[in-house]
Design a protein around this ligand. Structure first.
Ligand code: SF4
Length: 430
């Protein structure tokens, strides 16, 4: 029987196990006082840092784990008592809570950083890293990645604008290598960099394939719930053999499910895309509010920007690693920024490709970067396509601004409307 085939659900099981091992590794690094870097999901530069054998911590991920485990409010309160405003990014405040507690986290000890590396993809990254600079007296490294200059005008490799931006990123990567040599006391090894980039190539090709496989009906995974597990591995294990293998296995599982038409939910009725950052304080319940109506998230902008643009499947040229890393960083981080600020263009393409029935916009209180402008984006999408959409607000960390009852009312009304529209269409009324 297909239901008992161990390949089904393997991605979620292996992903959870890998994730625990990532926390275990951070815990041991903290105990042994080994070198660690704090980085972010949009432009982690994991390939460079792994080539120097550094442990890499993603505070966005360690913070969201606090919300999933229903303890974030304690950490947020501690940071607010310390003087941080209720208005700022909840990830920052949860992390400040962890730092105040000397790195203690429910999943283990988070090591102190020896360096922080971040891009300008989110302005909060820069101010957040300055907190660690002050707290831990560490060097911080800003990778300034130029975005698109004009909506609708996208330079590409070979264009003079693109090549000058790429050179600008390459110079910074070479400076980062020198800084890593100083921090670790190790000499840069270009073959080791090639190896980490090769693993990222394998992972990126698989990630692009995974996203594509959800064009199938029924959808083979839920982009919101399963997708978040995949994203955790994509970030924490980028540039590693384990990460490459995990994603090769995941492709095998999803291709099998597509071939045998095994969907992620029984009775898929409404295919949805999700725009924004998930509601982690009630993560499972939030999804159930949709799945109880037969709604499945087959697609999401989160899987693009929170993978740092890995969705593009970009392949590094290993014959010229540093140059190619600069090109890939520019393309991927730029894509991640577009996925946050200008996702309408991409969603328009997805409507047919993924046979979408509706778009769920989820702006959140504490992430202005992703949420600002979503109301305008929704208006534009409605004007251009007429696709039904829902605009619901809550938060990714702060349970004080998450009202399940209000969310449920809005979501129920959305599905009632969607059902009656479909019924009228089936009856030939529209
Ligand atoms: S403001 Fe948003 S994008 Fe920036 S760090 Fe916070 S959650 Fe991430």
């Amino acid at each position: 029987m297909t239901e008992t085939n161990p390949i089904i659900g393997r991605g979620n099981r292996d992903g959870a196990a890998l994730f625990r091992s990532w926390f275990d590794d951070l815990n041991s690094a903290a105990q042994r006082g080994e070198k660690a870097a704090y980085v972010f999901v949009m432009g982690s530069m994991n390939e460079i840092l792994k080539s120097f054998d550094m442990h890499v911590t993603f505070p966005e991920i360690t913070s969201l784990q606090l919300a999933v485990r229903h303890v974030a409010h304690d950490y947020l309160q501690e940071a607010e008592d310390y003087g941080y405003s209720p208005d700022i990014c909840g990830y920052v405040k949860a992390d400040v809570g962890v730092q105040i507690r000397g790195g203690k986290h429910p999943m283990g000890q988070i090591p102190k950083p020896n360096i922080s590396v971040f891009t300008n993809a989110c302005n909060t990254y820069i101010k957040w890293a300055e907190i660690w600079e002050r707290l831990h007296k560490i060097p911080i490294f800003t990778m300034d990645v130029p975005g698109h200059r004009q909506l609708g005008v996208y330079s590409k490799p070979g264009d003079s604008n693109f090549e000058s931006d790429r050179s600008y990123v390459e110079i910074q990567i070479r400076e980062l290598i020198t800084t890593c040599e100083e921090v670790t006391g190790k000499k840069f090894d270009i073959d080791k960099l090639r190896e980490t980039m090769d693993y990222t190539n394998q992972m990126s090709a698989s990630w692009a394939r995974i996203l594509e496989l959800n064009r199938n009906t029924p959808a083979v995974y839920n982009a919101l719930t399963d997708g978040t597990i995949f994203l955790g591995v994509a970030n924490a294990f980028r540039g590693t053999q384990q990460g490459a293998k995990y994603f090769a296995d995941l492709v095998e599982e999803m291709e099998y499910k597509a071939e045998t038409r095994i969907g992620t939910v029984a009775g898929e009725q409404h295919r949805l895309t999700f725009v924004g950052v998930p509601c982690y304080p009630i993560f499972r319940r939030f999804n159930e509010l949709f799945s109880e109506w037969g709604g499945t998230f087959v697609h999401s902008s989160y899987l693009w920007f929170a993978s740092g643009g890995t969705n593009r499947g970009y392949q590094y040229d290993l014959t010229d690693p540093v140059r190619s890393l600069s090109e890939g960083t520019l393309l991927n981080v730029r894509d991640a920024m577009d996925s946050m600020f200008d996702q309408t263009r991409m969603i328009k393409n997805a409507i047919n490709e993924f046979q979408l029935d509706g778009v769920i916009y989820h702006p959140i209180k504490s992430c202005r970067t992703v949420s600002t402008g979503l109301a305008d984006s929704r208006r534009q999408l409605l004007h251009d396509t007429g696709i039904p959409s829902l605009f619901i607000e809550s938060d990714m960390m702060d349970r004080r601004v998450v009202s399940e009852a209000q969310l449920k009312n809005r979501i129920d009304a959305f599905f009632e409307g969607l059902n009656s529209t479909k019924q009228r269409a089936a009856a030939g009324g529209m």
